[in-house]
Ligand binder design. Structure first.
Ligand SMILES: Cc1cc2nc3c(=O)[nH]c(=O)nc-3n(C[C@H](O)[C@H](O)[C@H](O)COP(=O)(O)O)c2cc1C
Length: 321
């Protein structure tokens, strides 16, 4: 399929998630079958000020692409400058965040606050599209408290948005309630650019169902891929009419070993401990003895014993399977 000028193998893409969708998550998602991945949101002012914690978010590893870099900000000029900088990175497209409900993002007028100021949202979209050499998409919610996509989306498209991701909740909803897939269907029925549906896809079956029920061009998966990157493989298998292969403890162990090497090379031992711990917590979910394992892992501050614990846990589960 074609999206943002790219040819993608499947219509299943990995969501931007602050604190989660760093290089390791993205690499895993790509290896497990995500056809495209998003960076977590990158602050435009932070990029312009060369803030180290912002620049760290722009680190990209071989094997991740196709990759969309997401930026956020409230000022059209700053966003344009940030887009020009981001366009020179090894990324394939840019995305503008107009959906984040976090206070610290909304306070200066960025993220979902832009849905309350459509003129500024459109101005930002136009400024970014104009400044970027890459295709630009936008990720929105339904609106502040009700569905405003019918008024807003045509203006964003006219300003240069080449795709729209709709997280089908209002800002007021935050992450509560159910995502309104009917709203994705409504938007996809008339939107002149591809609509990427998003919200509450937690299985391969859900992903295929969202495609079928809404007619969206692609499905973005967020929380469902946290600790389960193989969801992309299952979605692709189901779409092709095949029964997906089960995820085994050995596959999880292998993934963790790769994470460990990656984390070590990116940030040294301390970083690797923190990082591997997060992934091992996720990967152990649902396996027998997981809570005791997590307690032990939580108390382990050094990489060697942490890995030994991890290795044993997944090998034993593999042998018992
Ligand atoms: C921990 C976390 C961080 C997130 N960070 C971002 C972000 O940086 N940019 C963004 O557009 N959405 C962000 N989101 C929203 C997700 O991309 C997605 O829209 C939302 O989780 C709904 O999809 P899901 O039900 O598949 O998780 C985040 C969500 C979570 C749970």
């Amino acid at each position: 399929m074609q999206l943002l000028g790219l040819t993608l193998q499947t219509p299943f893409v990995a969501a931007p998630m602050a604190g989660v969708s760093g290089p390791a998550f993205r690499l895993m998602a790509r290896r497990a079958g995500a056809s495209m991945v998003y960076s977590e949101m990158v602050s435009a002012p932070g990029l312009l000020r060369h803030q180290p914690q912002t620049l760290r978010l722009t680190r990209i590893l071989p094997g991740e692409r196709p990759l969309v870099l997401q930026i956020f900000g409230a000022d059209p000029q700053q966003m344009a400058q940030a887009a020009a900088i981001a366009s020179r990175l090894e990324v394939d497209a840019l995305d503008v965040n107009m959906g984040c409900p976090a206070k610290k993002v909304r306070r200066p007028g960025a993220g979902s606050a832009l849905l309350e100021d459509p003129d500024r949202a459109v101005e930002i979209m136009a400024a970014v599209a104009e400044a970027s050499a890459l295709p630009v998409s936008v990720k929105i919610r339904l609106g502040p408290s009700h569905d405003i996509t019918e008024e807003l989306v045509p203006r964003l498209v006219k300003a240069g948005a080449r795709a729209i991701t709709l997280h089908a909740r209002t800002t007021r909803q935050g992450f509560s309630g159910r995502a309104d897939w009917a709203a994705i269907k409504r938007l996809a029925s008339w939107c002149p650019v591809p609509v990427i549906g998003n919200g509450d896809v937690t299985s391969g079956r859900d992903a295929v169902r969202m495609l079928a029920e809404t007619g969206c061009a692609a499905v973005m998966i967020g929380r469902g891929a946290m600790g389960d990157p193989w969801i992309f493989h299952r979605a692709a298998a189901r779409l092709a009419g095949r029964e997906p292969q089960p995820v085994t403890p050995a596959m999880k162990r292998q993934a963790l070993a790769e994470h460990l090497e990656l984390a070590r090379s990116l940030g040294g031992e301390g970083h690797a401990v923190h990082f591997v711990r997060q992934f091992m917590m996720w990967y152990s979910r649902g396996l027998p003895g997981a809570s005791q394992f997590r307690r032990q892992a939580g108390a382990c501050g050094e990489l060697e014993p942490l890995w030994a614990l991890c290795d044993r846990f997944f090998l034993e589960r593999e042998q018992a399977a």
